[in-house]
Design a protein around this ligand. Structure first.
Ligand SMILES: Nc1ncnc2c1ncn2[C@@H]1O[C@H](COP(=O)(O)OP(=O)(O)OP(=O)(O)O)[C@@H](O)[C@H]1O
Ligand SMILES: O=C(O)C1=C[C@@H](O)[C@@H](O)[C@H](O)C1
Ligand SMILES: [Mg+2]
Length: 189
């Protein structure tokens, strides 16, 4: 018997924002959702709601490995079960192959790209609530930033955000969507 792949129509696909911590996934995701009249889901917020704990407390009480398990399952469930959402991932989520696969198979994955020099200027805004940055020197943060770029390169489209405020990035995304995406199909792992 023939089996058919269940195809999700492009306009119903969730839009997933990826990129390093602090590039603006949460801020811009909220704006894009509003402009497209879609619901917004922030995976970090979802995890904190479900676990009734702050992420930094999950890290300190249960460790990063357990956080990554919860993160992977949360993303997998949402990306397969939901449609028409704007979803912002946490900055480390795309390091996991299973997360990359479920997002790229079911959603439109959009990479928010920010240069290291611009990122450094945001450090004070985010450091307190991002346990992954704690106890790291600036050089070690840069190593992490560089090491993660390979995973972020698996996307359907990229926005360079260095010279744009959040509202401008969101407008750019919405305009591009209206005009029709120029989507790449990244190589599978
Ligand atoms: N385009 C932008 N220009 C200037 N500041 C921005 C921009 N986007 C976000 N910010 C600021 O940078 C900080 C981090 O943004 P945000 O929390 O949205 O990042 P994130 O990518 O969701 O991080 P994480 O991966 O840790 O969840 C916030 O204080 C936000 O106001
Ligand atoms: O980049 C990371 O590894 C993280 C980013 C945040 O969004 C949170 O998901 C958590 O603090 C880990
Ligand atoms: Mg965020």
């Amino acid at each position: 018997m023939m089996s058919y792949m269940r195809q999700i129509p492009v306009r119903e696909k969730n839009i997933v924002l990826i990129g390093f911590m602090g590039v603006g996934k949460t801020t811009i995701g909220q704006l894009v959702a509003k402009k497209l009249y879609r619901d917004f889901i922030d995976i970090d917020v979802e995890i904190e709601k479900n676990e009734k704990m702050l992420i930094k407390d999950i890290f300190s009480k249960h460790g990063e490995k357990e956080f990554r398990r919860i993160e992977r399952e949360t993303i997998s469930d949402i990306c397969q079960a939901k449609r028409c959402k704007v979803v912002s991932l946490g900055g480390g989520a795309f390091q996991q192959e299973e997360v990359r696969n479920v997002c790229l198979e079911n959603c439109i994955v959009l990479f928010l790209d920010l240069s290291w020099d611009r990122w450094k200027e945001r450090l004070d805004l985010i450091i307190e609530s991002r346990p992954v940055l704690h106890n790291r020197t600036l050089e070690e943060m840069q190593e992490l930033f560089n090491a993660r770029q390979d995973a972020y390169s698996k996307h359907n489209s990229r926005v360079q955000t260095d010279n744009l405020v959040a509202e401008e990035v969101a407008d750019y995304i919405v305009e591009t969507l209206k005009l029709g995406w120029d989507l790449y199909q990244p190589q599978k792992d």
